[in-house]
Design a binder for this molecule. Structure first.
Ligand SMILES: O=C(O)CCC(=O)C(=O)O
Ligand SMILES: [Fe+2]
Length: 340
């Protein structure tokens, strides 16, 4: 499987579709999850007007002077882990990525019990004042993608011979939603020492499902595996399609049958690249366990020796919140003290 498949998920999104149509769409998702771990979705129903409004507002924000962007810097977001970080401010495997970004999450008021208790990564968003309307568009988009996330998870459940609401009831009644907007500026492909400068270095995502909107610049690459050989393939932009990939928690739940697939970004377009990953993850307090299903009888081996971070997603004990916090300090060393 050397390309990333395109899957029409209309039947999973549309409440009036037949059980047969749902099963067919689910089976396609299942095949993609077993092979590439990456797939495009079309027929997703997310309003095109909302998408382009958000994209225009995001471009407007990143084009502003650094000092203005710094008014919503992450240090001001505190434990909630929200706001702006400049180019080079985020690390992958200890090396700075060539990207800048805005971090958002579920909007919680200061009197929410979790916020009052000082739970890391919970709180209000840190929206820029300008351009006007960016915060509203982000909230609308997160709501639309949360709904799409539930539809896709119903398909993934069906693909594993589980009831459609398996994930919604056990793990994602109150999902951890992290939403980011990244801008990848252009620049030389290698540094002074001849080492590649990645937009994002090789990694897997932490949670269950990532739904990514990318602009037309391209540059996303996916590591595929066939007959024991690995190969990097492009996941180029596809008109009004989202790129989805499974994260470490689904890998863990399926005992490696649905693998979290490594990916990276290299912006070769000669201009800015905008991307908007939406991470649809388990409840903060959920303990993520292996699924008991005949569909998973041929479990994969623990692959930690081959993984980009040499970490096992299967050996970990604790809640999803614990898992995520262990990662935050690695990608934003300055924030470690803040969230732990
Ligand atoms: O920007 C992209 O295309 C991918 C971003 C990504 O992999 C991530 O944020 O986890
Ligand atoms: Fe990623």
């Amino acid at each position: 499987m050397d390309t990333v498949p395109i899957i029409d998920v209309r039947a999973l999104v549309d409440a009036s579709s037949s059980p047969q149509a749902r099963r067919e769409a689910a089976a396609r998702l299942g095949t993609a999850c077993r092979h590439t771990g990456f797939f495009y979705v079309v027929g997703h129903g997310v309003d095109v007007g909302l998408q382009s409004r958000l994209e225009t507002l995001a471009r407007d924000f990143f084009a502003r002077p650094e000092a203005e962007k710094q008014r919503v810097r992450m240090a001001l977001g505190g434990r909630a882990w929200r706001g702006f970080f400049p180019v080079g401010g985020e690390l992958t495997s200890g090396r700075p990525d060539r990207k800048e970004g805005l971090y958002f999450g579920t909007e919680l008021p200061p009197d929410d019990p979790r916020v009052r208790a000082g739970t890391p990564l919970h709180g209000p968003n840190l929206f820029p004042r300008e351009p006007e309307g960016l915060g509203g568009a982000v909230l609308e988009y997160m709501a639309a993608l949360t709904s799409l996330g539930h539809s896709l998870m119903s398909g993934i459940a069906l693909s594993l011979d589980l009831e459609a609401d398996y994930f919604a009831t056990r793990y994602m009644a109150d999902p951890t939603v992290l939403f980011r907007i990244f801008n990848y500026p252009p620049g030389p492909e290698v540094d002074a020492e001849g080492l590649p400068v990645w937009g994002v270095g090789e990694h897997t995502d932490y949670g269950v499902l990532t739904i990514l909107k990318q602009d037309d610049a391209g540059g996303l690459q996916v590591k595929t595996r066939q007959d024991g050989h690995t190969r990097w393939v492009d996941a180029p932009p596809v008109e009004n399609a989202f790129v989805c990939n499974i994260g470490d928690m689904l890998d863990r739940m399926t005992r490696g049958v649905y693998r979290s697939t490594p990916h990276r970004v290299l912006n070769r377009a000669g201009r800015d690249r905008l991307s908007l990953p939406f991470f649809f993850d388990p409840d903060w307090t959920a303990e993520v366990r292996a699924i008991d299903s005949p569909a998973l009888k041929d479990a994969g081996a623990d692959d930690h020796a081959e993984r980009w971070d040499r970490q096992s997603v299967h050996a970990f004990r604790g809640t999803y919140g614990d898992y995520l916090l262990g990662k935050v300090g690695k990608v934003f060393p300055d924030l470690r003290a803040e969230v732990q």
